[in-house]
Ligand binder design. Structure first.
Ligand code: TYD
Length: 223
């Protein structure tokens, strides 16, 4: 095996390159992750840290166009593979243009969704398969792994009710069974990745923020 291949398999290349912290938020619909991502970014800024917030899909000029396609309810049926490729395309752009430069500059990147969303929604929800979606995203991101993933844990019905109070996008309109499968996929990811923590998302935003902060502080203390 070539040295470079061996390095990327071991993750050594990424380890040397990444200097900031990469925190991702995940969850099912209406779990409040956008609010929590914003609150934690604000908290870290008040501590004097440089924070970059990103959202997926979107976050770059190209990504915002891809987002329009992905969430447009008028487009009807998009093939699951097309959907997975579009999410990965958006991600590749954002990683190259925003996330890697920020991490190299020792900033903290707070992301509203990342690869785990694609594993749960496209890999399991749409049935593309975990292995295929994992491989696609390793290519799209150069295997960039978060330091911490906060999964906001809220009963599905409660979240869909909250989300239903706003206008629903193409994916939110999917069946309850689809969202149940997504939820089960997240639970499985939580079991296999130590970086993945489940945080109780019930209660008011301030109470949830305190729970999130405990996890973030723990990771910020690691060098
Ligand atoms: P998002 O803007 O985070 O919406 P919300 O805040 O309502 O959760 O994400 C939009 C939708 O895109 C959401 O239903 C989840 C879906 N999604 C995927 O299916 N795969 C992905 O890789 C990502 C990033 C999002």
């Amino acid at each position: 095996m070539m040295k470079k291949d061996a390095e990327s398999l071991s993750g050594a290349e990424e380890f040397e390159e990444k200097k900031g912290k990469f925190i991702t938020f995940e969850g099912t619909e209406g779990c409040g992750k956008t609010t929590q991502a914003e609150m934690i970014a604000e908290h870290l800024r008040l501590e004097g840290r440089e924070v970059v917030m990103v959202r997926e899909p979107g976050g770059t000029a190209v990504g915002e166009k891809i987002r329009e396609i992905l969430l447009d309810t008028r487009l009807g049926d998009i093939a699951p593979i097309t959907e997975a490729l579009l999410f990965a395309a958006d991600r590749a752009q954002q990683i190259r243009d925003v996330v890697r430069p920020a991490l190299q500059a020792k900033k903290i990147v707070v992301a509203d969704r990342y690869v785990d969303s694609s594993l749960a929604y496209q890999g399991v929800g749409r049935g593309c398969g975990l292995e295929a979606v994992k491989n696609l995203n390793e290519w799209a991101t150069g295997e960039l792994e978060p330091d911490l993933t906060i999964m906001l844990d809220l009963p599905l019905e409660e979240g869909l009710k909250r989300a239903g109070e706003l206008e629903r996008d193409r994916i939110e309109l999917e069946s309850l069974e689809f969202h149940r499968n997504v939820r089960n996929a997240y639970d499985m990811l939580e079991r296999i990745h130590p970086r993945f923590v489940l945080v109780d998302a019930r209660g008011n935003p301030g109470a949830v923020h305190k729970r999130v902060l405990l996890e973030v502080n723990r990771v910020m203390q690691e060098s």
